[in-house]
Each structure stands twice: as C-alpha cells, then as structure tokens.
Design a protein around this ligand. Structure first.
Ligand code: UTP
Length: 228
C-alpha cells in the first residue's frame, strides 16, 4: 500500500528529546519492511511556535513567519532522517516533485513545509494526492476529529467516521472560532475532499498506533471516507 503519514511537530518533537523520534523511525521502518511505499511529512511543533513568536515581536511579517515555520519543519525532518539511517532520502524534500523522485528511487521521502500561507496538514494531503496514495494518516496530538475543540469544550464528541464533505463543514465551523485548533486544517480538508483519498486522523503520541492503522486497519480515531 502507498501511504503518506503526517506526523505533527508536537507529536514528533515536543522537545528535543531523541526517544520519540527514534520510536517514530522504528515504526516507519516496520512499515517499510512490511512492503509499504511511504512518504512522511513532519510539522514544526512548539519549536516553530517559539521562533514565530520571537520573530513576530521583532516585526517579521506573516510570510516571513511562515518561512521561519517551514525552516523549523525541515529541521525536524532532518532529525527524523538522522534516526532513519539509510532508508530515508538524505535531505528533506523541498518540493512535491523531489518527494516523488525519492519514492521512485526507492527511498523514503521526508517533507516539511513547502510554501508560505499553509501548514504541513495541507502538504500531507497534497503530497498524498500527487503520489496517488491509498491512505493518508494524520498522527496528531488531537486523537481524531471532534465537533468542537476538545481542549476547550468538555462536551466535544469525536466522529468515528465522516464523509469528506462533512469533514470540510466540521473544520470550517471549528476554524470560525478564533484560537481553536482543528486536527486538520481547512485547506487539507478541501484537498482530501477533491482527491478522494481515504484518510485516518489518530492520536500519534504512540507511533505503534500508526503501524496498527496501516497494517491492521485498527485505530482509535476518525476515518474520513471518500465520496463517489
Ligand atoms: P505546522 O504544519 O507544524 O503548523 O507548520 P501547525 O499546524 O500550526 O503546527 P501543529 O500541527 O500545531 O504542530 C509550522 C508553521 O510553518 C509554516 C506555517 O507558519 C506553520 O504554522 N508552514 C508550514 C508554511 O508556511 N507552509 C507549509 O507548507 C508548512
């Protein structure tokens, strides 16, 4: 199966402690050894947020802040590449084409951000569409898609399954609430909708959950079902 896995920065590198990154590398190697074709997208996490906060105080504009965010996602990508030994392409892919070429060579591409004004949620969806992935997995700090922000609202309930158009509607509602964070952003939801890629959003704090989702189709999270 061809699988794109998006690993949120707060899941992969909540700090610079190496263990979680090693565990993710082992999980990716398990899927690789099982014969899956993989593409990995990593986020910026708290380190990106710290850089962005400082640069904003220094007067950087939004595009400059995005460029800083992209740089941090690629630094996180380099950490994962370091842990993946020789199976990964040696540098983070800076374009979708570069990522696809790595797959053709038989390497595992690791991507961070690609262009300003989006997040790695959209990168993962676009890359999955570009390479014709069978499955897109979001390993995030929010264990699925909820009808409200579960960090703010105790009554928030998780969807086990959603159609892609329903996902777009749910995310649009959540994003209307200033400050609340959705597990997948609206651009990513729109790409998932148009591409018809089967997508799973799950709690990525334990990388074994990603392995189980891909290998056994077993997960505790939300499945986004393509529409005809
Ligand atoms: P993330 O994808 O980690 O942002 O990219 P996020 O979703 O806000 O972070 P998490 O999921 O909560 O950890 C970090 C930042 O890098 C820039 C954006 O500024 C983003 O907020 N970025 C990333 C881009 O501008 N373009 C990209 O393609 C990716």
């Amino acid at each position: 199966m061809k699988v794109v896995v998006s690993v949120g920065g707060s899941v992969l590198a909540p700090d610079l402690e190496p263990d979680r990154i090693t565990e993710y590398a082992r999980a990716i190697e398990t899927l690789d050894e099982a014969g899956h074709t993989l593409g990995i997208v990593v986020g910026g996490g708290p380190t990106a947020r710290e850089y962005i906060t400082t640069a904003r105080d220094l007067g950087a504009n939004e595009i400059e802040l995005d460029q800083l965010g992209i740089a941090v996602t690629r630094l996180n990508g380099r950490l994962l590449i370091a842990a993946l030994d020789d199976r990964a392409a040696p540098t983070p892919a800076e374009s979708y084409e570069e990522g696809r070429e790595a797959i053709r060579r038989g390497d595992i591409p690791v991507l961070g951000g690609i262009v300003a004004a989006q997040t790695t949620d959209a990168v993962a969806a676009a890359f999955a569409e570009y390479v014709g992935a069978d499955l897109l997995v979001y390993a995030t700090s929010v264990p699925g898609v909820y009808d409200a922000d579960p960090n703010d609202d105790e009554a928030a309930t998780r969807f086990d399954e959603l159609g892609a158009s329903e996902l777009v509607d749910v995310i649009a509602d959540i994003e209307m609430d200033a400050g609340s964070s959705a597990p997948v952003d609206l651009l990513a939801a729109k790409i998932i909708q148009r591409s018809g890629i089967r997508t799973v959003v799950l709690d990525g704090t334990d990388p074994e959950r990603v392995v189980r989702a891909v290998e056994d189709d077993e997960f505790d999270g939300t499945e986004i079902v393509p529409e005809a």
